[in-house]
Ligand binder design. Sequence first.
Ligand code: PGA
Length: 260
Amino acid sequence: MRRALVAGNWKMNKTIEEARTLAREVAEGVAGDGLSQADVLLGPPYLALAAVVEAVSGSAVGVAGQNCSHQADGAYTGEVSVSMLRDAGATHVILGHSERRELMGEGDGLVARKSKAASAGGLTPIICLGEPFTTRRAGTTLARIAHQVEHSIQGAFGSPPPGGFIVAYEPVWAIGTGLTATPEQAQETHAFIRERLEAIFGLECAQETRILYGGSVKPDNAADLFAQPDIDGGLIGGASLNSADFLEIIRAAQMDSAST
Ligand code: PGA
């Protein structure tokens, strides 16, 4: 059975001190409420990584980078490498987020190269996919997702990588907008992603790979989304910026784990 995972994507928010406080609150909440049946990751900005790693040390909470370079080192001003993230204590990295695809011009090929570098360097990539609203309205969501799976994931790995990978389905129109895919819309896409993974990498990889939903997950819609059979948790933006909401979402994932 796949363990639920709830990952916070703090984006470009939080000073080092604010990040430390939030990380402590989450770690204490997870321990205090016995939320041990779901995995939890925090995704702070680079500058706060070390403080967050320290704040959660000894707890069950892990830390993810929000991006990384596909290059190992060298003259790449402003970039951060996989080994730097590992050195700071991260175990996972979010790649191909739609904000990077749209605002920074990252395409599937680059996402694949980053995913490959992350995995080879010992970080588990969380590879984001998702369609814009025009695609959903045109009824071509699944074709778009198939293309992303092929080019961002299959393009990175000839066969399932040893540490595995995580997929996050985030419809672009639902990110930070307050609009959420209905549980049925999300389930349909998740099941389709799993089918594609099976066709490419085989049944075991498809069954073991966690597929997270992201896009305006909040305490009041998390349980219905996580109850879907192919939704294995969430990638949470806005609602991960305060501990009460984030812990509520972790609780919803934990209840789903307990009931399956
Ligand atoms: P949101 O962001 O929860 O604020 O919609 C999700 C994400 O971008 O990862």
